[in-house]
Design a binder for this molecule. Structure first.
Ligand code: IMP
Length: 201
């Protein structure tokens, strides 16, 4: 089966390919062949103007489906920090402002969280699948805390300040296989694959 992942982010594409391969290995099936937007020669900046993760994931999948008529899915992820009323949430990629990078986003979070005891946070991913005329949503959540300082050099985004529950290391200190096995995106993608496997039957 071939499916388009509506993303320009090579890191995410690779992470999801690894999740699909691990799942196929586990199940003894062949992995779903995943293509990114570059494979479609789609270089458009897909708008992410909705106010929810669900809205953005649906909008991105709809955009690709209407433009290329291919089975596809899109995801949207947010870091939701309890003490910040769920922020940065849907604004995670541009929390420090448009044109800012992950370093600035993490710094803003660390500054806002200074002196705050409630460090509870979660990553939440929503995946929107467009399969023919149908649309399906899948969600993955991982709970954890925002650390007092940065740890680790792996991963991306907020990985170095997020420690998942049950671990004494941040996402940036975990190997990619371990991260994928517990992460928000891993959980949402496994739900997606399980759906697709059963859909084919
Ligand atoms: P996206 O919807 O997957 O593009 O994620 C939005 C933003 O959330 C990204 O730009 C990252 O800053 C952050 N983010 C998403 N997934 C992760 C993750 O697995 N680790 C750390 N940060 C992430």
């Amino acid at each position: 089966m071939r499916l388009v992942f509506a993303t320009h982010n090579a890191h995410k594409l690779n992470e999801v390919r690894n999740i699909l391969c691990a799942y196929a290995e586990e199940q003894g099936t062949s992995p779903i062949e995943l293509m990114g937007l570059e494979d479609l020669k789609c270089y458009d900046d897909i708008p992410e103007n909705e106010s929810t993760l669900e809205g953005n994931a649906r909008a991105k999948a709809d955009f690709v489906f209407s433009r290329f008529s291919v089975d596809c899915f899109a995801d949207d992820t947010g870091l939701e920090i309890e003490a910040l009323g769920g922020e940065p949430g849907v604004y995670s990629a541009r929390y420090a402002g448009e044109g800012h990078d992950s370093f600035a986003n993490r710094k803003k979070v660390m500054d806002l969280m200074q002196g705050i005891c409630n460090r509870k946070a979660r990553f939440r991913t929503v995946v929107a699948l467009r399969l023919g005329g149908e649309e399906h949503l899948f969600e993955g959540v991982v709970n954890g805390i925002i650390t007092e300082s940065e740890h680790g050099t792996g991963g991306f985004g907020y990985d170095s300040i997020f420690q998942p529950d049950g671990f004494d290391r941040t996402f940036a200190e975990l190997d990619i296989k371990t991260k994928n096995s517990i992460s928000h995106r891993g959980m949402a993608m496994r739900k997606l694959v399980e759906f697709l496997v059963n859909y084919k039957k």
